[in-house]
Design a binder for this molecule. Sequence first.
Ligand SMILES: *Cc1c(COP(=O)(O)O)cnc(C)c1O
Length: 426
Amino acid sequence: MNNRQPAWQAFEQAHVWHPYASMLDPAPVYAVKSADGVRLEFEDGRRVIDGMASWWCAIHGYNVPQLNAAIEQQLGKMAHVMFGGLTHAPAALLAERLLSIAPAGMQHVFFADSGSVAVEVAIKMALQYCQAQGQSRKTKLLSIRHGYHGDTFGAMGVCDPVAGMHHLFADQLPNHFFADAPTAASDDVWDDEQMTSFRGLIEAHHSQIAAVILEPIVQGAGGMRVYAPEFLRQVRSLCDAYDVLLIADEIATGFGRTGTMFACEQAQIAPDILCVGKALTGGYMTLAAVLCTAGVCAGIHADGQGVLMHGPTFMANPLACAVALASIDLLLASPWQQRVAAIETQLHQQLSPCRESERVQAVRVKGAIGVIEMKDPIDVVHVQQQLIARGVWLRPFGRLLYTMPPFVIRSDDLAQVTAAMRSVTM
Ligand SMILES: *Cc1c(COP(=O)(O)O)cnc(C)c1O
């Protein structure tokens, strides 16, 4: 159907890599000319509703006047300056705003340039903390299966050891500990056996474990799973009992996606270290941040000296900080709780019928996230063609077809997304 390709696309296909893609035998990619509201416009003129919010990021949709204005204003002052020895208002104001909405206890902010880098920095913080405490045996991390934390080496090391990339880089990756992920999706169906694996590992190995790292409540790219807040509460108390730091990776779940500003709030817990990214800039630019408590910060400097050993070239990029600040303010000024709750209700109503299909394994909804898990792997190329014919952009992977739309999506547009999802799964 891609008969009206722009002139550059043949060159692009031959020379430019796409995520998790083969250069030799590339799957089709669709050229986007522009984006506005919840819609992408392809170069050939077709328009599709973006049910992915560009991988969790574009919570306000595209071409948002307030976000455009924030970047334009900052651009008139400066696009970038190094952060070593210099500072600027966009970084300071964004840090203040982030700490004001973050779970209790967060006191310090490290700006990183992507989610994966934020995870690397969080791991470094935990390791440097333990070293400065004289606990140099604490070099391991404990995570749960089905997690996803990014594509750099430190982050890969804590991704799901089966679904992740461990098999390709087995010799280069450290051996961390992985507990079984909880299977209870809510506290209603909780039983204490859900803790057995995690409790066993932390009891046996805490003297080697610097930190627990996990995605609170919703596990994203590692399987699109939802789990009970009670698991997180018990993880928090076991971390306290065994003197292990807790890193919450809220890069996907942060900024309202699960119905609360941060998913941790659903368990009424706060981590020691928090990673945010993705929707931080409303999907405009790459930026992430690592927040930590005063205790973690003091611990890193416990030997009276020491510095945190990280400093990206584009740390705290002013354009990115300015648009992130505007995005958070826009979120706070909007009725985001009602919007996410309305999306959740609609996803429940309109995806639940898929449970009747023999091909469907499970349907899961949490906040503005709707997941259909199939019994067999999805033919991505074919399914995507069918979805686009129905005016919808989604990117299934493995056995999962899922949506996490911009919060501003109208109910008739969301109905078009869910109808397309039903049509390819039932
Ligand atoms: C996307 C993601 C990352 C990695 O972020 P990048 O910006 O792609 O490096 C890390 N953790 C979680 C939970 C994510 O969803």
